[in-house]
Write a protein that binds this ligand. Structure first.
Ligand code: GLY
Ligand code: MN
Ligand code: MN
Length: 420
């Protein structure tokens, strides 16, 4: 778990970058309606969570900065016996204080009046308040319909002396650089993922259906320690693996199929994102092995290339070059441009509280960034789709593979599959 002092430090860093005489409002968000009276499970806004550690629907964080000093408030839903009979215990004010390190925690029924005191500048000492920061990420839905931008525009109408500024990028630039505590969270997510993959290696065989293995993964991470998935598990056999985000794992696994797994466990919201490709029969065919070795070589070369100063674009150019050279050597393509028919995604994205962690992809890497390394080749005419994905920490002098304990060599995979 991230300690409250770290949340305090994270907020301090944000206060150091925002204007004086400003107020920041961040919303936890609400669950989105699914159908009839059912909602999708609540997913907290990650920027709100990053700065508070609070995962409570409809909560709101407010801070105003004057003379370089921030005054903070956290608004959480009231504890209510009747509601709790249906949905279970709600976070108490004391717990919220303890998790977030915010002293001033109050219930949501005071939100409108407190916010009005601040924005109308009626609180002593805040007569100069002139800037309102919101997280204006366009997809930031507050209740399934209203965006933060809608809320911001309504507030500006009521308090026209405020100018609206976006705090989204300020926060995500901080999120891009992970602390040592965040690395511990990610490592634990990766360990849980490895437990699921080891169970898959024990059970995989022709004659199963894909969903039996994707549900085995889910069961494994829940059995180890109640864990969520980072994203819906991709389990794709044979030609299905040439669809990057193959959504419905319903096919029968045939004798000579490779099965591509792209999956991850989430640990306190920190997401692992790992891909491995295994032969259902226990042995790669010669052709499968040739293609697998190209992807594996690329995966390893990228790890070597990751270091401070490099951009994701440069990594992807290198990956494309290696994959093209490999496919030319085995006669599948005849010039480099044809690679785009067999490799059509990017080799890396940032990783953290989100699987595709928000980032500025043009920025050169710095120590503390965590990115994926996920080359793949998708050859429909051979029914082969292979992706090998690791999670890589950028260090002072290069990189460290956080998922180095998850086997990926042909020999190691075939050896593991002998013990089924
Ligand atoms: N699991 C999605 C990705 O690898 O980016
Ligand atoms: Mn993935
Ligand atoms: Mn990925």
């Amino acid at each position: 778990m991230i300690n409250k002092n770290e949340y305090i430090e994270r907020r301090e860093k944000i206060y150091n970058t925002i204007d004086n005489n400003s107020v920041v409002i961040l919303y936890a968000g609400a669950s989105v309606k699914k159908s009839a009276d059912e909602s999708y499970p609540f997913e907290v806004n990650r920027n709100f969570y990053y700065l508070t550690g609070i995962c409570e629907e409809n909560s709101v964080f407010v801070a105003y900065k004057q003379h370089g000093v921030a005054t903070e408030f956290l608004f959480i839903p009231e504890q209510n016996e009747n509601i709790e009979k249906w949905v279970g215990k709600r976070l108490s004010v004391d717990d919220a204080r303890e998790i977030s390190g915010i002293d001033n925690v109050v219930t949501l029924n005071q939100f409108d009046s407190e916010l009005d005191l601040i924005l109308s500048r009626k609180r002593t000492g805040i007569e100069e308040l002139d800037t309102l920061y919101l997280d204006l990420e366009p997809e930031n839905l507050l209740d399934g319909f209203k965006t933060t931008k809608d809320v911001g525009q309504a507030l500006i109408l009521n308090y026209p002396w405020l100018k609206l500024k976006d705090i989204y990028k300020t926060i995500i630039l901080k999120r891009m650089v992970k602390s040592s505590a965040e690395i511990v969270e990610l490592k634990e997510a990766i360990n849980k993922t490895n437990i699921g993959l080891k169970n898959i290696l024990k059970k995989i065989r022709p004659g199963l259906y894909e969903y039996q293995l994707s549900s085995l993964f889910y069961y494994s991470i829940q059995d180890y320690d109640f864990s969520e998935l980072s994203f819906p598990t991709i389990c794709a056999s044979g030609i299905n693996a040439t669809t990057l985000h193959y959504p419905n794992p319903k096919s029968f696994i045939n004798d000579n199929d490779l099965v591509l797994f792209d999956l991850g466990a989430r640990n306190n919201f920190y997401c692992a994102d790992i891909s491995r490709t295994y032969p259902a029969s226990g042995k790669f065919t010669e052709k499968q092995k040739q293609v697998y070795e190209i992807v594996l070589k690329c995966n390893k070369e990228i790890i070597k290339a990751v270091r401070p100063g490099v951009t994701l674009k440069e990594l992807n150019n290198l990956a494309t070059e290696i994959l093209a050279k490999g496919l030319m050597e085995i006669g599948i393509i005849h010039n480099e441009t044809e690679i785009r028919n067999y490799y059509f995604h990017s080799v890396s994205h940032h990783l953290g509280l989100d699987t595709h962690d928000p980032s500025d992809r043009d920025l050169p890497l710095v120590p503390g960034n965590v990115i994926t390394d996920e080359p793949g080749l998708y050859i429909k005419e051979l029914g082969i789709g292979i992706r090998i994905e690791d999670d890589i920490l950028v260090t002072e002098d290069g990189s460290y593979n956080l998922s180095n304990s998850i086997i990926k060599e042909v020999d190691d995979i075939e050896k593991a599959l002998k013990f089924r």
